[in-house]
Every structure is written in structure tokens, then in C-alpha cells.
Design a protein around this ligand. Structure first.
Ligand code: PNS
Length: 160
């Protein structure tokens, strides 16, 4: 059953098959899913916000109800501007829970009307993270199955 507008926020540096799995699940659940790329991450990203948005657009184009956007500042302010009532986040393993709980409760404190919904990606992606993908790419390891082919190409040219 579809219910509302949801935002799936993140760094997406770069988008992985685990992110895509979650986007596919969210697309089935919400009327409109906004994949929102955080522009100013504290750490220096490997890909610029523009590149991260381009990659996301390429790999989500098959879903009409999925939009890719970029945001700065507080997520709750962005959600208010976009008229979204739900923040979608993925939890891969129990190790994600503490950080996600803290963020969800802080967002609830900042905007009580905004609900965080957690979904589980497919179990075959439970060990997958953008950080490990960047490391494997930088060390010349195989990326097949971890990221979409177009992202793999971008990673290879970025680190070469
Ligand atoms: O993919 P990530 O890096 O785990 O995503 C983290 C993200 C972008 C969801 C989080 O850092 C965020 O929402 N940043 C925006 C600033 C903000 O609202 N901070 C307060 C969060 S409680």
C-alpha cells in the first residue's frame, strides 16, 4: 500500500547496490520517493554532489516515482520544504542501529510530525557500504555485484 512522500537521505558516495535495493523497496511503499544527496558532508567526498546526483539519476531512471535531488542544511527543514512526512533509512545490521536511533530521535525532536521509517536491505547487501566500495576501488579490487556497472566505470576512472 502506498501512502505518502518519503525522503531517502544520504551521502551516496557513491550509490551502491544496497542503496538501490532500498530505493526499490521504498518505491513500492511510497507515492513519491525523493533520494536526497547531502551536499556538504564534513568529510571530503570522493565524488562531487553533482556527480553523485548524476549517478543516482542514471540508476533510478526506471522508476517514475523516484526523484533525485540535492540538499544542504538540516534534513528536517528540507523535508518541510518538500512536503515529506517520512524519512526512509536502511539498517543493515545491529551496528547501524545506534547511529540511526540517535539521528531518528533527534529529527523527531526537531520536527515531531516527521516519521523515520527503517527498512532492511536484502541480506546479501548487509556487509556492503560506500566506504568499503571506495576503498576496494582505490586498491584496484573487483567491484562487480557491489555497485551498478555505470558506477563501477566512474569509480575506475576516478581512481586511475
Ligand atoms: O549516508 P549517510 O552519510 O549515513 O547520511 C547521513 C545523513 C545525510 C542522513 C545525515 O548526515 C543528515 O541528515 N545530514 C543533514 C544535516 C542534519 O539534518 N543533521 C542532523 C541529523 S539528526
Amino acid at each position: 500500500m502506498k501512502t505518502s512522500v518519503a525522503i531517502y537521505p544520504g551521502s551516496f558516495d557513491p550509490v551502491t547496490n544496497g542503496h538501490l535495493d532500498l530505493i526499490g523497496r521504498g518505491e513500492l511503499m511510497f507515492d513519491h520517493l525523493i533520494v536526497a544527496v547531502l551536499k556538504n558532508v564534513e568529510k571530503e567526498p570522493l565524488f562531487s554532489a553533482t556527480e553523485r546526483v548524476e549517478m543516482l539519476k542514471e540508476v533510478t531512471k526506471k522508476w517514475d516515482s523516484v526523484e533525485v535531488d540535492v540538499f544542504e542544511g538540516l534534513l528536517v527543514d528540507y523535508a518541510r520544504r518538500r512536503g515529506a512526512g517520512v524519512i526512509l533509512r536502511g539498517i543493515r545490521a545491529i551496528s547501524d542501529y545506534e547511529y540511526e536511533l540517535q539521528m531518528a530521535l533527534m529529527n523527531r525532536k526537531l520536527e515531531p510530525r516527521l516519521e523515520t521509517v527503517f527498512m532492511l536491505p536484502g541480506e546479501s547487501y548487509s556487509y556492503l557500504s560506500a566506504k568499503l566500495v571506495r576503498e576496494i576501488a582505490q586498491l584496484g579490487g573487483p567491484l562487480a555485484g557491489l555497485v551498478p556497472p555505470t558506477v563501477e566505470q566512474r569509480l575506475r576512472s576516478k581512481v586511475s
